[in-house]
Design a protein around this ligand. Structure first.
Ligand code: AMP
Length: 501
């Protein structure tokens, strides 16, 4: 039977000899050979602590080369890796452990005391530690464990990873990704973005989210390339590092912060062949300013925990700002109406996807899984989008952020784009807040540029001339910044709580 273990595929692409895989900001270099050995030893240590193929291994650890090795070790050992956001508090961790019932939980040394009781309640056999320097009891066990072969995975649909969605409403859901889905997405991306052994990726993303954990790293691992592997985004460090890199991947916030650096110019970015943005919408203004200043168009792509990357602007050909490009190889994308019927080009509706990289379903939630798939096998992403004549998709927003006011549908993005053109507005977020008469009222929250005075009444009056009356915000609140999560997504639920009263 063929080996479907994703780790076997990755390893088959590793360069031989002393080829470097990554370098940290402290100048520590980890070669492919060292990573392979560390992953083998960690897999053996996990097995020695009672993990069996198919068992979940949960981790709430800081980013480090060893944390990447832990992910690879789980693939290698046939364990299902469960990465957890480092910001999660004990009560949240308790939910994930209880839901996923891992056999091993790896956490930061300082978290052992607060988290051990929760691990015990969830029936976790072993709690191990891994610190920011990559040391701890996991590493100690790995040092003495005897590696076995990569576990044989017979079916591409065997689970590799459970990634809990950030879930702003209801319970967080564990998206089950398989060895086959991850392999398909990784191979498609490596091709679409033209990765070769000569590439050096600037990696500044967290490892607990799909973007940093595998969308970026699989491109490197599958092409035998290298990366500068930094703990977190730091604009000054990026500026110093860019000349040694060829590709940068980031969330939109990375690019707005870089543009705020006076030293970020064409010369600074000269060695970069590709800037990729995803995980949250890239503002048109950022796209334009970047192109003017740097002379390169950021390649925007669209993805989600449930499927990896879904659409991408092209490597060669027109990258259109405000769009997320076309379907990635192996992925089918349609925009559908409320009855799951495909809509014609130019009409706005629910984005639905099908294909090799789409997840298997939500862990422990067969009902929810059934609800989110159409009878003919399309996954309803929950995003609202529209295709243009050339097959480029634009994401208009999340379906749950759609505002229904007096019976009319309002897509926040349309109003945000108008607000963003107002002098002195840096960015905006439009939300629906409860209204006794209309059900919901359109409300805007805008960020003012330093020193700018924004006149609420004047803004509302100006919008009246440009938008249908029901779309015009009843209020415009001015703030200094929008609440964002670790991936740069604006947290509209936080705004609704704050301004909904
Ligand atoms: P996550 O599962 O945390 O990666 O979140 C996935 C969601 O992020 C998608 O369903 C979209 O709502 C949003 N998203 C990702 N990439 C983009 C993008 N390029 N433009 C707009 N929204 C995006």
């Amino acid at each position: 039977m063929t080996q479907a273990n994703l780790y076997a595929l990755l390893e088959s692409r590793f360069p031989t000899g002393a080829a470097p895989l990554l370098e940290t900001e402290d100048g520590m270099i980890v070669t492919y050979a060292e990573m392979r050995s560390l992953a083998a030893h960690i897999a053996a240590a996990l097995r020695a602590h009672g993990a069996r193929p198919g068992d979940r291994v949960a981790a709430q650890v800081d980013k480090s080369p060893a944390a990447l090795a832990l992910y690879l070790a789980c693939l290698r050992g046939g364990f299902v890796y469960l990465p957890l956001n480092t910001a999660y508090q004990p009560a949240e961790i308790a939910y994930f452990l209880g839901d996923a019932t891992p056999s091993v939980f790896v956490c930061r040394p300082e978290s052992v005391e607060p988290l051990k009781p929760h691990a015990a309640t969830a029936g976790v056999k072993t709690v191990l530690t891994l610190d920011a320097a990559g040391q701890g009891s996991l590493r100690d066990s790995a040092a003495t464990a005897t590696p076995d072969d990569t576990v044989h995975v017979s079916a591409a649909e065997d689970l590799a990873l459970i990634i809990y969605t950030s879930g702003t409403t209801g319970r967080s859901k564990g998206a089950m990704l398989t060895h086959g889905s991850l392999a398909a997405n990784g191979l498609a991306l490596t091709g679409a973005w033209g990765f070769t052994r000569d590439d050096v990726l600037l990696h500044e993303l967290p490892l607990f989210h799909v973007h940093g954990l595998f969308i970026s790293t699989h491109c490197v691992l599958l092409s035998g390339a290298r990366m500068l592997f930094h703990r977190k985004f730091d604009a000054a460090l990026v500026l110093r590092s860019l000349p040694r890199c060829t590709v940068m991947m980031g969330v939109p916030t990375f690019y707005t912060r870089l543009l705020a650096e006076p030293g970020f110019d064409r010369a600074a970015a000269a060695s970069i062949r590709l800037f990729v943005s995803g995980s949250a919408p890239l503002l048109m203004e950022t796209f334009r300013e970047f192109e003017t200043r740097i002379g390169q168009a950021i390649l925007e792509r669209y993805g989600m925990s449930e499927a990896g990357v879904i659409t991408t602007n092209p490597l060669v050909g027109a990258r259109k700002g405000g769009t997320v490009g076309q379907a990635l190889t192996g992925m089918q994308v349609r925009v559908a109406d409320g009855e799951d019927r495909a809509l014609p080009t130019g009409e706005t509706g629910g984005v639905q996807i099908r294909g090799t990289s789409v997840f298997k379903g939500y862990w422990n939630m067969p009902e929810k899984t059934r609800e989110e798939f159409t009878p003919d096998g399309w996954f309803r992403t929950g995003d609202v989008g529209v295709f243009d004549a050339e097959g480029y998709l634009s994401i208009v927003g999340r379906a749950k952020d759609l505002i229904i006011t007096g019976g009319y549908n309002v897509y926040p993005k349309e109003i945000e784009l108008e607000l963003d053109t107002w002098p002195g507005v840096v960015e905006s977020a439009v939300i629906g807040v409860p209204h006794p008469d209309f059900g919901e009222a359109v409300t805007a929250v805008v960020v003012a540029a330093a020193g700018a005075q924004l006149d609420e009444a004047a803004m509302i009056a100006s919008l009246r001339g440009r938008l249908a009356n029901y779309k015009v915000p009843k209020r415009v609140h001015v703030v200094t910044e929008l609440p964002r999560n670790a991936m740069g997504k604006v947290q509209k639920n936080v705004l609704r709580d704050k301004f909904g009263g």
